[in-house]
Design a protein around this ligand. Structure first.
Ligand code: NAD
Length: 479
């Protein structure tokens, strides 16, 4: 029988115990896998590898393209890079998939029928790490959203919903404020959604969506989100499901994928045969689905549900009312193994298709839009707080055909006709916009900057303003 090679890392703290338990269950269930072990985590960091992974471990990951990872401990102190972020970036893992399911009454939760999946974009948004201090008072973090990035994650969410028999896909964005970036995410959601008419679809502003998620999670099924909202709300969702210690997640890329528990290495519980292996086991179930072993995944998942409903619990979910016996990590794994082939009677059984692998078609090429340079936002560090005085000076410095149009401070219009009450910092965005309909030459922007510089202003950053196929590629200034 062919065995799919997978790369395994035992991690730190409770990692080795829960990995051993998980692999034991996989083996007993007949998973056709051939694990290769690599070392990651604390010891590797302390040997001087700043990302906690040895260079040769990448060879195994590139070979197997499937990574089952136990939690690791990141040593205290600066200079250590997150292994998860490094792995995501290096392997192009663009989708984070986290099922958040309630197991009431066996695990306490206020939302007993909650059963949703959060699909979080993993590579873009505010996580590119492009940050700058621009002035004495102002710092910036760049939020990058790309059309291919949105297409991949949204397509993945819809495909996931279809493959897993889900009924609905929701999108969370803040496009009433971030009209271009989150607006693009929303637009792509609507475009791709048309290919899935059998699925219900809705889009929520993230604030009210988050409130509903925390209050009435039953409203949701699959939710797709940009990186930051997904980061925060996937933790909220796991927490209110009552099962932080029991949830797993998948990080999926075009080539590779990584599977893990969502919890950390719980160092205080390490080496005591106490830890709950369920989170990592859930990660391993997602891995089995990814490699096309749905039948084994179904057997394991149902045996696990059966174990839970029989009240056989590790300490973290043990309670006098619903638990029958408190088990250690090893005994819990053995209880699951003893129930392989059985189905739960009170919790909802799973029936995964034999092969629910998700393959995304390559993105279709789009013709490039017609791009027309129409102006520039020049950011200045300027100490004074008098917007009118600054406006008058800059107005006199504009070049013919490219007049000063507006000045904002932290996005609020302060010239012309600002409010005296507006609090201003030392960071001014000065928008010079071509007389209507004109296309500028890049050289004109350079001469404008030179004029400003000669007059004693130092542009700390510029953003060119373009129209794309005639539509502004920059946000309007309101007020
Ligand atoms: P943690 O998730 O390790 O622990 C939080 C609490 O949950 C603790 O009380 C712990 O005992 C309990 N807990 C967690 N998993 C459990 C399990 N399987 N069974 C029973 N109880 C469990 O979070 P933390 O204490 O903030 O972090 C500890 C270490 O883990 C840190 O070094 C952190 O950097 C690391 N961490 C790693 C990952 C990862 O590798 N993906 C994720 C989060 C945190």
């Amino acid at each position: 029988m062919y065995k799919t090679p997978i790369t395994v890392a035992y991690g730190d703290g409770i990692g080795p115990e829960i990995m051993q338990a998980t692999l034991q269950i996989l083996e007993a269930a007949g998973a056709a896998i051939a694990p290769e072990v690599i070392e990651v985590g604390e010891a590797v960091y302390l040997r001087g590898e700043s990302a906690g992974i040895a260079p040769e471990a990448w060879d195994s990951l590139r070979r197997t393209r499937v990574f089952l990872k136990a939690p690791i401990t990141t040593p205290q102190g600066g200079g250590y890079k997150s292994l998860n972020v490094t792995t995501r970036k290096a392997l192009g893992l663009f989708a984070n998939v986290r099922p958040c399911v309630a197991y009431a009454p066996f695990v306490a939760t206020r939302h007993p029928s909650m059963d949703l999946v959060i699909v979080r974009e993993n590579e873009e948004d505010l996580y590119a790490g492009i940050e700058h201090r621009q002035s004495d008072e102002v710092y910036q973090c760049l939020k990058l959203i790309s059309r291919p990035g949105c297409q991949r994650i949204v397509r993945y969410a819809f495909e996931y919903a279809r493959q897993h028999g889900r009924r609905k896909v929701s999108c969370f964005v803040k496009d009433n404020i971030m009209k271009l970036t989150d607006g693009l995410f929303h637009q792509v959601f609507d475009e791709i959604g048309r290919d899935y008419p059998e699925l219900e679809q809705d889009c929520w502003i993230v604030d009210i969506g988050a409130a509903k998620l925390a209050d009435t999670p039953e409203l949701f099924d699959v939710i797709v989100m940009p990186n930051l909202y997904g980061d925060i709300l996937s933790d909220v969702a796991a927490q209110i499901a009552g099962s932080v210690g029991m949830a797993g997640s998948a990080n999926i890329g075009q080539q590779c994928a990584m599977f893990e528990a969502i919890h950390g290495s719980a160092p205080r519980r390490a080496g005591q045969n106490l830890a709950n292996p369920s989170g990592l086991l859930q990660g391993a179930i997602l891995m089995l689905l990814h490699i096309g072993q749905g039948e084994v995944a179904t057997r394991i998942h149902n045996a696990w549900l059966r174990t839970l409903e029989e009240g056989l619990h590790t300490y973290d979910i043990f309670d006098a009312e619903h638990s029958r016996q408190k088990l250690g990590t090893r005994e819990f794994a053995e209880a699951i193994i003893a129930r392989l082939g059985q189905r739960p009677e009170r919790l909802k059984a799973v029936d995964y298709p034999d092969d629910s692998r998700i393959t995304l078609k390559p993105l279709a090429e789009r013709p490039a839009a017609r791009k027309q340079l129409v102006g520039v936002d020049i950011f200045l560090q300027h100490k004074g707080r008098d917007a009118d005085a600054l406006g008058q000076r800059l107005k006199s410095l504009g070049i013919p055909g490219l007049p000063l149009s507006v000045i904002t401070n932290r996005g609020v219009k302060v010239w012309p006709k600002g409010f005296p009450e507006t609090f201003c910092v030392d960071h001014w965005r000065c928008r010079f916009l071509a007389d209507s309909g004109d296309t500028l030459d890049f050289g004109e922007l350079l001469s404008l900057q030179t004029r400003l510089y000669m007059a004693g202003f130092e542009p700390i950053k510029t953003e060119n303003l373009y129209n794309f196929d005639g539509a502004p590629g920059y946000a309007a200034v309101h007020g």
